[in-house]
Design a binder for this molecule. Sequence first.
Ligand SMILES: [Zn+2]
Ligand SMILES: [Zn+2]
Length: 343
Amino acid sequence: MRVAHLVAPHRFNLVSGQIENPGPGEVQVRVKMVGVCGSDLHNFSEGSVGDAPALFPMVLGHEPSGMVVATGPGVSGWSPGDRAALEPAIYCYHCEYCRSGRHNVCNHIRFLSQPGDPGFFRDLVNLPAANLLPLPPELDLREATLFEPLAVILHSMKLAEPRLGDTAAVFGAGPIGLLTVAILKLSGVRVWAVEPVTHRRELAKKMGADATIDPSAIDTVRQILTDTGQRGVDFAIDCAAKGGSLDQAAGAIRRAGRVVVTGIPSEVRPEFDFHTLRRKEAALLSVRRSNHESEQALDLIKNHRALFAPMLTHTRPIEDIEKAFFLLERYDDGVGKLIISLG
Ligand SMILES: [Zn+2]
Ligand SMILES: [Zn+2]
């Protein structure tokens, strides 16, 4: 089978690999489509994700969909040819956090696409049966890949706690920011999208943003305060964690507001304006992936296909993965979500 190794920053090698038969309780899946996440791009561009260095060679990719090839002993309910969304996190189910329902902070979590745990830029993978979600017939394998980032957004909403009529600022309109805008609009929230790249601001509008701001051209905080009668927005979601966005989020929220950070800063020790948060008694909340929101995410994609369609702009074959990542790094060609196809 083909396996795409990230062997150094900015370099992929397509190599051939082997896979064993699926073990007890496992299903072997042919990976068909894999969305590219911002964290994949951090590894490609910077050789790290925040304070976590890449370990080369590395197999990235954790937004997969695919088709069942074979089942191991003891697996019921799955047959060859079945289509599935593939959950990339494997939990221990016995630590304090798993037992209290907070699987996303499991003590022994394995996340497929981290050093030592290969991700999905490869033809075949063996997964515990519990990691497969059946795909509704309405969904194609491409749009189904959105379930993984959308589950992260749904998890972030449990921290942001949007209410009908709230106001919110979303920083960054890459795929995570765009999905955040879409879900906030479904929740009845008025949304400002802050993004320096022109085509991404346009995508944010298409996904429902009420207003967009180019932070490289105008004073973002002043604009949001003006638009809200100097009150500020109820909460901000920072999907960029870049270019001072965290400070702008702190400045743009109302007193006793909330800042939720979904993006991952590139810096090992990010700096931010703590005192603005302190004076407002604002909450700063970090997001760690998702916690059993995948089923709900698939359901939302199925029921709002037209809402999510504009962001699915590019699909590239696995053979062109390096070129595709360069395109994403340069924000070229109006790229929104990039999906790697394994055919
Ligand atoms: Zn991701
Ligand atoms: Zn656990």
